[in-house]
Design a protein around this ligand. Structure first.
Ligand code: OSB
Ligand code: MG
Length: 368
């Protein structure tokens, strides 16, 4: 793809307010911003979305940096690819490390789209240009969560997700439902339960949740199938789906009725689109998951969410959901519950160089 250099910047920013799941609290976020520059002067941007510690997946910022610098970037240097769609296969000699792979793969898609003079959403096959926006509340305190939901509804968000665990589920969901009887509401358990909790999860059926996300083990699809046969709330899988074949097997087994697709978790936009296409053919609705990310990853999420199978609003909120100031310009804004896709080529957002410099801890440029 005629690449001149790849620059990696490790950034760090505090969240406006801490985000809590039963697995812990995120108060500060690191990310790796990737800039792939071509000999033609065009640059593509990507974002490494692993967390600082391995609580959500096994990757961390440090492992991502290592795998990018010592394995993925050398592969790109030594093997010419003609199109971004070839990157996933090129990277297949490296096991897993999906977030590290996606950080570069998404930058290659941005570069590809810019060279073709097309918005990334159009290059991927997107069919809409206004993306419905959902928001996630990571606050286990019921009155505080209600206040937070009220403020998001005022801002126009029209789908809310909350985090649950056996320590905080039925009274919490009942309290939210009582206050917001018609709110499109869903609950994410991040693997807080086992099959022995089936009766407890069945009790949630009466609250009209859109779905319950990843109730059981992060790598399970067998017990989820057993649970789905016992409850009427649709199960959505997040952590368990890290490849196309995971999605295929989960659908075949009946482990879920919905899938959350995160570009980083599945190793890039190519694999994300393959999962989308498969699910569309099977009538399985998909939505775009979030990683408490900065604007570059949010922009890639928006492009992906324009594909026709994304029929449920994703965890794609505006830049101001988590950040005092994002690293892109313009920032991503929610109007009337939706985000308008930019018309410019590629992801359609520029890096805010001043802000990026302010939050960069370390950077390294690899010249080809
Ligand atoms: O399980 O979807 C998840 C955040 C970090 C890690 C995992 C998850 C989440 C979220 C928040 O639910 C999504 C967001 O607003 O970015
Ligand atoms: Mg989740």
């Amino acid at each position: 793809m005629n690449i001149k250099s790849i620059k990696l910047s490790l950034i760090k920013m505090p969240l406006k307010q801490p985000f809590t799941t039963h697995l812990g609290t995120v108060a500060e976020r690191e990310a790796i911003i990737v800039e792939v520059e071509g000999h033609d002067g065009v640059s593509g941007y990507g974002e490494g979305v692993a967390f600082s510690s391995p609580w959500y997946t096994e990757e961390t910022m440090q492992t991502s940096w290592h795998v990018l610098k010592d394995f993925i970037i050398p592969l790109i240097k030594e093997n010419e690819i003609a199109h971004a769609v070839e990157a996933y296969t090129l990277f297949s000699s490296i096991r897993r490390n999906h977030m590290a792979k996606a950080a570069i793969e998404t930058a290659l898609w941005d570069l590809q789209a810019k060279r073709e003079g097309k918005p990334l959403s159009k290059l991927l096959g997107g069919t809409i240009d206004s993306i419905p926006s959902g928001v996630v509340v990571g606050n286990p305190n019921l009155p505080a969560a209600i206040t937070q939901i009220e403020s998001y509804l005022e801002k126009g968000y029209n789908r809310v997700k909350v985090k649950i665990s056996p320590e905080n589920d039925i009274p919490y969901i009942a309290g939210i439902r009582k206050k917001f009887p018609n709110l499109p509401l869903m609950a994410d358990a991040n693997s807080a339960y086992t099959l022995e909790d089936a009766a407890r999860l069945k009790a949630l059926d009466e609250y009209g949740l859109l779905m319950i996300e990843q109730p059981l083990d992060y790598d399970d699809i067998v017990d989820h199938a057993k649970l789905q046969s016992q409850i009427s709330t649709p199960i959505c899988l997040d952590e368990s789906i890290v490849t196309f074949n995971d999605a295929r097997k989960a659908v075949e087994l009946g482990s879920c009725k919905v899938i959350n697709i995160k570009i980083g978790r599945v190793g890039g936009l190519g694999e994300a689109k393959r999962i989308h296409d498969f699910c569309a053919g099977k009538g399985i609705p998909v939505w775009v998951g979030g990683m408490i990310e900065f604007g570059i990853s949010r922009a890639h999420n928006l492009a992906l969410a324009s594909l026709p199978g994304f029929t449920i609003p994703g965890d794609i909120s505006g830049s101001d959901r988590y950040w005092e100031e994002d690293i892109i310009e313009p920032e991503i804004k929610v109007h009337g519950g939706s985000i308008t896709l930019p018309e410019r080529p590629g992801i359609g957002f520029e890096l805010n160089r001043k802000r990026l410099k302010k939050v960069t801890i370390f950077e390294e440029k690899i010249i080809f």
